[in-house]
Write a protein that binds this ligand. Sequence first.
Ligand code: UD1
Ligand code: CA
Length: 481
Amino acid sequence: MAEVAHHSFTAVILAAGRGTRFRSKHTRTKVMFPLAGVPMVEHILETLHGMSPEQIIIVVNEDVKSEIAEKYGTLFDLVVQEPQLGTGDALATAMPSVNDDVEKVLVLPGDVPLVTEKALRDLLDASEGSDAALLTFTPPELKGYGRVKVEDGFVTGIVEEVDADAVERQIDEVNSGIYAINRRWVDTALDRAREEFGTENRKGEYYLTDIVKFLRTRPLHYEPAHDLMGINDRAQLNDAGDVIQQRLLVKHARSGVTFVRANTSYVEARVRIGRDTTILPGTVLRGETVIGDDCEIGPMAYIEDSRLGDGCKVLCSRLTGVKAEEGVTIGPYANLRPGCNVEETAKIGNFVELKKATVGAGSKVSHLSYIGDAKIGKNTNIGAGTITCNYDGFAKHRTIIGDGVFIGSNNTLVAPIEIGDGAYTAAGSTLTKDVPPDALGVGRGRQENKEGYAAKFREKHSRKAESNDKTGDKQGKGNER
Ligand code: UD1
Ligand code: CA
């Protein structure tokens, strides 16, 4: 393996813009918008993580400072840029916080989240021996990007599209916004750009792009172009979503996961999937979900923040915050809400809702049940239509069902209640009292049969109908049925 050069650098992420083109009522910065379930900026942080920078500085606006600080704690230095006077001003705001002894400053826009570690390493390498290097690319759609002018192997200027003339607009090499700059020259270049160009441009901003006029900057033309796409609006967020999905599906497939009609499923960035697991069409895997080996997931499974052991099956069901051990089968049409623990080989069948429930090893809740705030032991069978009445309008109460219990069909278990090991409960029972181990709990009216009742009932009604028919005829009206 080729040796990887080590660069000592500070990464500066520019993320103070308010992202007005996202047209959001809520979020005051676009870099917190999720891409494959992870905030855009976090993709960049993760990419940087593999490169061990000396320091990471994020330039933010006042509105999101606390949100970002809360989420990422003290891992990074936050610098507030207020007001936002442009990308040049954003870097200038960060510079006083950059360590003096780093060799380079790596500048990254917070809205270019797909950049790879390889691109960044290549850029740092390319900056060796000159003042700076710039990642450039040729996107399928040039719109919105700064055009890069190159002469004799150096960048001589970057022209923003709004400031470009017709000829400059034809240039198909554009600015990614990612620069590696020798730390020693950053401040001078920013000062000179500020003095000479100020905000004399169509946007009335301090352009970071102007610094290339004062630095010997190597362009590094990079492919594939989509790795460097900038995300200014939600249509571009869609495109980036497609790119990252494709990357994730390829990554999982290469590590031993089978997808059937891969492009019909959605897998978020943090999801882990074991080998020889098959993901069937229409499956959504979100958050911190971990799926074991040899599972069959889908079609149409929605699984969020859940952990599944090896050999599980989930068909047409929704799981959020669930832990399922080896060999569990779920669905079709089950809804497992947060706090559920389904132990090995247990079975959760159709139209079953679970909430904060433990279902012991080998137990079955096969049909049409609601089990909430409950603990079910091992090898217990819950009959169809069983409901735990866990809520009295004020508080939630627990249902505890032991090992080897047989709950008859259509039981109503009024919590708090405990059904002992090995107990039986009669079908159709409403149980309000505990059932001791090995007992039979019956909670329903006794059946009574009234001999001949149905026959008499029918006879009475058919006589009535006959006499109605006769009166109808007398009046000359049809008695239509
Ligand atoms: C910028 C570049 C353009 C390049 C494109 C690549 C400039 C002047 N233009 O344009 O040449 O092709 O990126 O995607 O640099 N930001 C701040 N503070 C500010 C302004 C912006 O932190 O005052 C941040 C934004 O949050 C954003 C990044 O800087 O993450 C880039 O700003 P944006 O407004 O998106 O620049 P572009 O118009 O895309
Ligand atoms: Ca941008």
